[in-house]
Design a binder for this molecule. Structure first.
Ligand code: SF4
Ligand code: SF4
Length: 726
């Protein structure tokens, strides 16, 4: 074959000095390589542009043992004509004989690319350790290389096949092989950051976590803009117990991609609170968030909010005492800010006054004009002697009025304004990348009409409510997924209705469990609609099925949880508890009517194998003022801060609300059936309510204005006492 090719090519040479070529051929055929070389060299002196004669001279030199010279001849031939696969093949042989494996692979590879049927080149490559499968991939993916220097091309290409081989091994969880191939690929291309990450995974999976860490760091040295690489480094550090460094790595990921749910999840998992995270984002590092900030003015010295102040105490020294508290004052300008929640809003209190006194010394406080509305009272004074002062607030409050907020602050003497100091200054805008709790009104229908609950008593419920269409439900989940929004807290189904009246509750729970495998899922119910055949499957998807029951006394139960009868519902409650061990729990709002029953409720249900019932705080749900006043034990005004705006609350028809206490849906911030989720989360309405909460201007929100909850100190105390004394 080779001889035929040579004969054909020589026949085409036409104008070569025939004698020299003929002499060279004769010498070659006789095995006289020195004579052959002389003939071919003379011919090339006369015409150096004839590639086939350079090839012949190369053979003669090679046979003479002069490999470097033969290589030079083949390269001269290729400089004249780079398209001949056989010349590349010959060059490959020469290089191989010189022990230059990588360059030989280059040459054979190019020979094969120019003639994929050139079996000699294929055999040589296989002999040099290039697997048939890898070769097939290269041939499929590669086009003919351009003329000119090709050194390193095979390295690059076979580096690629090492990546492919590494990926295959990785997918088969064959970590040693994956590490081998990735390492070889990196020898060829050490600047390939993604492959350093892959090598890091392979090392980590083999138990070499420190080796994995080194690879991730190397990847970051090449390219530190990829959030996921920082997360991988965080994992390696976490596995080595280096919590602080892991926190930094996860946080670096979040700085590069604020919507990176995995990074947030890890940060929370390592104990960072939402507040820490806000501080860290504001200050640019987790460690900086830990450092106390230098004190700035204005600065709160005492903050009282959401506290029970119903024990109004006349003492003969003026209007009744509403609040009393000790506060340590510092020298400087002092401001006092008092916000009274009035329900109805125009029933203002009378004679509101404050004193700050220590050791018989009373601070001089001058009332200031307030720009916050008639329900806000402000005073200014100056503290010359630091020490512990008694703060006393007095006033004549109407029946529905409460002290919503009281604050004493160190003022900037230059500023005439006395305003609440924002509690979390760094959190200045609502997040789009995460929500705290996802509360879904999968149904607006409830089969009960509990006396203190607005459900079935307000226009939007009862006759007009329904179940959330599955298409809308799916769209909500898809938008959360597609926008990579992290649900940091729990998901709950029900909202203003009973979770089990929703015909799709199990299907929804299944979908949620698939999309959010680690997120707690709560279903709220009064148990009356429980059907084991339909609902028992919830135990596989929900983490809590919270059964609402307010009394074990038949008459009281009938009055509180109308129109149910205990004898009909209690067996269903028991059945849920039996069907869903570890998942079902009892929740019982605590109020005047059932306070005496708490121990009996606890004993009854713990006797059925459930954990301690959750004795929750009663709320007026921003609407049931009458019943709330009747039942409440320790009323306090709702005074959430801006973190409350982190929940996502979607009612059955797509209405998005800021707060799940907004039973009357007075302040929708959008509707998911008409507006994309991200637009709602970034919308002006959400922003406005967020700012109201951030700056403590609750009176400017229709729901917050009248919101009441029982005191978060007083109720746990009462519950504890009642359970302990039973
Ligand atoms: S408190 Fe719960 S069970 Fe009672 S009416 Fe309201 S939603 Fe229904
Ligand atoms: S209405 Fe909601 S956000 Fe406003 S104070 Fe009440 S619970 Fe908080």
């Amino acid at each position: 074959m080779l001889k035929t090719l040579i004969t054909q090519r020589l026949a085409s040479l036409g104008n070569l000095p025939a004698d020299d070529v003929t002499q060279g051929d004769r010498a070659r055929d006789a095995g006289d390589w020195a004579g052959a070389a002389r003939g071919y060299a003379r011919a090339l002196e006369a015409d150096p542009g004839k590639a086939p004669i350079w090839v012949q001279l190369g053979h003669a030199r090679k046979e003479q043992g002069d490999l470097a010279e033969s290589e030079a001849c083949y390269r001269r031939a290729l400089a004249v004509d780079d398209g001949d696969p056989d010349t590349h093949l010959q060059l490959g042989h020469s290089l191989k004989l010189q022990g230059r494996r990588q360059e030989a692979i280059d040459a054979y590879l190019i020979a094969l690319l120019r003639d994929p049927g050139l079996s000699a080149a294929r055999r040589e490559l296989e002999a040099l350790g290039i697997a048939d499968g890898d070769l097939a991939q290269v041939l499929r993916r590669s086009s003919l290389p351009p003329a000119g220097p090709v050194r390193g091309m095979a390295t690059r290409i076979f580096g690629g096949t090492d990546v492919a081989a590494g990926d295959r091994a990785r997918d088969a969880r064959d970590w040693p092989n994956a590490a081998f191939h990735y390492a070889r690929a990196l020898e060829a291309d050490p600047g390939n950051a993604p492959i350093w990450v892959q090598l890091g995974h392979a090392r980590k999976e083999q138990g070499d976590v420190a080796g994995g860490e080194a690879c991730y760091r190397r990847a970051l040295a090449e390219d530190d803009s990829v959030a996921d690489t920082h997360v991988q480094l965080g994992h390696a550090l976490k596995l080595q117990g280096r919590r602080e460094e892991a926190l930094d790595a996860y946080f670096a990921a979040l700085l590069r991609d604020p919507a990176f749910a995995a990074a947030r999840r890890e940060l929370y998992g390592l104990g960072l609170s939402s507040t820490d995270l806000v501080l860290a984002l504001g200050r640019g590092s987790v460690q900086a968030a830990r450092q106390p900030r230098p004190p700035r003015l204005p600065r709160a010295l005492l903050t009282l909010n959401g506290l029970f102040n119903g024990d109004q105490r006349p003492d003969g020294n003026g209007p009744p005492v509403l609040l009393e508290h000790m506060v340590r004052l510092e020298p400087g300008a002092i401001g006092v800010y008092v916000d009274i929640q009035c329900v109805p809003a125009n029933e203002l209190p009378g004679n509101v006054m404050v004193t700050l006194a220590a050791d018989g010394h009373v601070l001089d406080l001058v009332a200031q004009e307030s720009s916050f509305g008639p329900h806000v009272y402000t005073w200014r004074g100056a503290c010359a002697s630091p020490g512990d002062y008694r703060f006393t607030l007095r006033g004549d409050l109407g029946a529905g009025a409460l002290v919503r907020y009281a604050e004493i602050s160190l003022l900037d003497p230059a500023s005439p304004r006395i305003a609440p100091v924002p509690l979390f200054e760094e959190l200045t805008a609502p997040s789009l990348g995460e929500i705290k709790n996802l509360i879904i009104g999968t149904t607006g229908v409830c089969n009960a009409s509990c006396i203190h609950c607005p459900t079935n008593k307000l226009a939007h419920t009862a006759r007009t409510s329904s179940d959330m269409p599955m298409a809308l439900f799916r769209s909500l989940l898809e938008q959360i997924r597609d926008n990579r929004i992290l649900v940091e807290g729990h998901i709950s189904l029900g909202l203003f209705g009973d979770g089990l009246t929703d015909p799709h509750v199990v299907e929804r729970a299944r979908l949620l469990r698939t999309q959010f495998p680690d997120t707690p899922l709560h279903v709220n119910t009064n148990a009356a609609a429980y059907d084991p055949a339909r609902h028992a499957a919830l135990r596989d998807f929900a983490t809590l099925v919270a059964v609402h029951i307010e009394s074990l006394d038949p008459e009281r139960y009938a009055r509180l949880m109308q129109p149910f009868r205990l004898k009909n519902v209690l067996p269903k409650v028991h059945r849920i508890l039996a069907d869903m061990p570890g998942v079902a729990g009892i929740t019982s709002p605590t109020h005047r009517e059932n306070l005496g029953e708490l121990a009996a409720i606890r004993d009854h249900f713990t006797g059925h194998g459930v954990r301690l019932p959750h004795f929750s705080r009663l709320s007026n749900r921003c609407s049931r003022e009458d019943m709330y006043r009747e039942l409440s034990l320790a009323p306090a005004a709702g005074t959430c801060n801006q973190f409350a705006a982190a929940d996502l609350i979607v009612d059955w028809d797509g209405t998005v609300l800021l707060c799940c206490n907004d039973f009357q849906r007075q302040e929708p911030i959008g509707n998911l059936s008409t507006t994309p989720l991200l637009e709602i989360l970034g919308g002006e309405k959400r922003r406005r309510l967020f700012d109201i909460l951030r700056t403590g201007r609750w009176d400017q929100s229709a729901t917050c204005r009248s919101c009441k909850f029982d005191c978060h100190h007083k109720i746990p105390e009462l519950v504890r006492d009642r359970l302990a004394s039973a």
